[in-house]
Design a protein around this ligand. Sequence first.
Ligand SMILES: Cc1cc2nc3c(=O)[nH]c(=O)nc-3n(C[C@H](O)[C@H](O)[C@H](O)COP(=O)(O)OP(=O)(O)OC[C@H]3O[C@@H](n4cnc5c(N)ncnc54)[C@H](O)[C@@H]3O)c2cc1C
Length: 599
Amino acid sequence: MATATTSHGVSRGGGFLVEARRPEDILTPAEFTDDQRLIGQTAEEFVTNEVLPVIEELEQHKHGLMAGLLKKAAEIGLLGGGVPEVYGGSGLDKVSSTVLAEKLAIYASFAVSHGAHAGIGTLPIVYFGTEEQKKKYLPKLASGEWLGCYCLSEPQAGSDAQNAKARAVLSPDGKNWILSGQKMWITNGGFADLFIVFAKVDGEKFSCFIVERGSQGFSIGAEEEKMGIKGSSTVPIFFENCRVHKENLLHEIGRGHIVAFNVLNSGRFSLGAYCLGGAKKTLEVSSKYAKERVAFGKPIAEFGLIRAKLAEMAVRIFALESMIYRSAGMMDRAVAAADSASDKTQAGMKALEEYAIESSISKVYGSETLNFVVDEAVQIYGGYGFHEDYPVARAYRDARINRIFEGTNEINRLLVIQMLMKRALTGALPLLAAGAKLQEEILAGPSFDDAIPGPWTEEDRVVEGMKKSFLLAAGAAVQKHREQLVEQQETVGALADIVIDVYAAESSVRRAQKAEAVRGVQATSAMTDAARVFLHDAADRVEKQARTALAAVAEGDMLRTQLVILRRFLKREPVDAIALRRNVAAAVTAGDRYPFEGR
Ligand SMILES: Cc1cc2nc3c(=O)[nH]c(=O)nc-3n(C[C@H](O)[C@H](O)[C@H](O)COP(=O)(O)OP(=O)(O)OC[C@H]3O[C@@H](n4cnc5c(N)ncnc54)[C@H](O)[C@@H]3O)c2cc1C
């Protein structure tokens, strides 16, 4: 299978597995507009000047402080990005809102509070509200007059959210919904004015409601004692025959899951961007510390094992940044390509739905990259990393939640493969055709490509081989288990990991190629080395996961044959990963920061 090179145009969600995109088709941070950069700068300055100086008080839940900061952020337009201008927001494009999310993430508790309000607390009304609901609530939410939150989880229903026990029945006079039940873990719940609440009408039909603070029969529990993001508010919410106006049903009865899923698509994507911002900041402080801390008569930044850590942190952040902005660019392109008569807000929601696979990838890869980065940061700080007086202890605790909320990473891995299977079966993505083509190629035997090798021929071939490895392993798994594949979670997990690595590696390589073509080989050597070392390691991981999946679904001669084919797909020249990482580490320590931003 030679994946077709598709130029420009709108990519399909998950299309990266079957389409070969050229560097010029992929948006990178080098192409941010001045306005997009300015939004990032404004957000960064706000957090640096207003939030960082009061972290200690925020972590002690000083009354009104987080709510006050969110309102202050609204004054300079940082809360209304998702709200169309006609309702008082700024209707930001996806790249701008992603830059904004990234730059707010210097302090995780603020980022989480911002996301709970401006994302999952506001977007349900933006996407599904009636005209009256939008007019009534969105200007208040965009201006920060009211703060919002999202109430889906319950004590016994987190991942399994549709197993909710909260109920809603219509009052005998037909004027109100009467809600009863409990919600759990509600971010911003301690100070929010508006609650997006999911409950089952008549105990059966999963639905969504807009509930205002102060509604009769509504109460808020005490703040939870959490491991991290201590500056954010997390509380349980109780509904005891809580009366909600009939008009406050959001969307249709029995269609609450549509609201929940669409909003989570957005939340997952943004979470990846928040993790990107947190990881960059952690790399920055780690590099500075490594240069200041002396052991055995020299700064620890001069030791190879410390430099390798700084390099690997930067390499993974580079992969994350490349995939996040590639996805944001695809979403903006899809909105721009939508029928000019169509509502841009609806087009934005459709784009999020189209790229739900990429959003789940962003969530999983973002949270795991951040967890890796903070863990290595603690190691670089040594004993001081374990002390609360130093910044990385809090970063370490704060990072952990990202693998749990917005759908745990297990759930998102399962979703990646389930969504791909669905798109393959409905014809939304030509995966079956790609699999059939691959089988033809396998039967035809190895081809001896006489193309003249260029500087990136090897990398292009490895990316292609990784995609073929996915098709090989996924094809074998589907053939064996058919629709029951979802029950084989370990196999599904291995396939999801391949998909994630394919997207991360291709995004990194294309970005490096694009940068090199514009700025030249020398100026981009650290970036191209980062892309190469990531690709090399990703190919190793893909080979391992594909072997694991194949061994679970085939045996004997069939398995041996498939492993030979796999080896052929992933045949690659060795690289000196130590030398490549040394070059990346030099770029990090030269500026004490993530070295590829904006390039
Ligand atoms: C600080 C914090 C803030 C939060 N904010 C909000 C909020 O604002 N609004 C809101 O609605 N919720 C919020 N949540 C809830 C959060 O979304 C849930 O905790 C999360 O979805 C996981 O649900 P759970 O805790 O019930 O874990 P469970 O669903 O019980 O999961 C436990 C473990 O089992 C795994 N598991 C579950 N099902 C499967 C499966 N089918 N296959 C394989 N593995 C599985 C999970 O991956 C996990 O590892 C927040 C949680 C925290 C801790």
